[in-house]
Design a protein around this ligand. Sequence first.
Ligand code: SF4
Length: 332
Amino acid sequence: MTVRYDGLLMFSGGLDSTVATHLLKSQGLSLLGIHFVLPFYSGLGGEHLKIYSFADTLDLPLRIIEEGNEFFEMVKSPEFGFGKNANPCLDCRIHRLKVARVIMEETSASFIATGEVVGQRPKSQRLSCLHLIDKRTGLEGRLLRPLSAQLLDPTVPEQKGMVDRSRLQGWTGRSRQPQLAYARTYGLPHTAPAGGCLLTMVTSAQRYLQLVERYDDFTLEDFRLIAYGRHFMLDDRCRLVIARDDPENNAIEKIASADDLLFDCADIPGPMGIGRGVFSDDAVMTAASMVARYCRARSLPEARVKVYRQSGEERIVTVAPADPVFCESCRI
Ligand code: SF4
């Protein structure tokens, strides 16, 4: 049986969505939180315990959506372009609200609330952008922004008296002081959303843009890999990622497909490498020598590296650890 809610709330776990949750729940409204997990952290078998337990402290039932191909396609050609780095925030918000709209209909909810504040972000939270988002998502009159509601036209749930507009806020701009003061007054916990969006960060954004431009076969799985390891472009047909620690070894192993070449030092525990694309014999030896360079074999004259695919193929090659200057020359 589908549980019915008064409204949905886009819940990142940050300060704004936490305050939005409290503003609505303190009116006695029943809410379902919707939390999106970026593709970099999706499909790794994580149980998202931290965000579930945080939502639990606010008595907010939560549905988690792990992002995949639809998100990736949106990033490849955003209709409204990128923000400061490779973050297509406007397209992203529209995409996520469209996903949430389906859940709103499924749960017979009357509105979707967000923690957006008018003017907080230069591109996606300008008043004109908020109107555009309402239109493009087909949610006109159903998108409630409790933190800025008193500056905006009343939504349907406000007009119908379901939501008491006088108990919502009229905040605007980049300062978080009003939200912090509110959180202090009501003793609200808040946390930074896990992981953050890599697309807003200079290094990972540049890594993504360089890879997608150079490799025609760049896929969702490559996109997910940009969150992990050291990246090297070996030539126009193949690239290599070398983990930096154990958690990255695990993530890389989970992201690897049957076609990927995996590299692992045979005699000394160390970082794993994952090769994508078409590898000539020379490229295999180069990649193996680079993996040897980043493990404790780096000071040895040679090291044995296991080269294998998860489909079963396996061999051992013996290589001299690569020159660090060479490694840096193809690193991105
Ligand atoms: S910062 Fe990232 S996750 Fe957040 S709206 Fe922008 S693209 Fe989407």
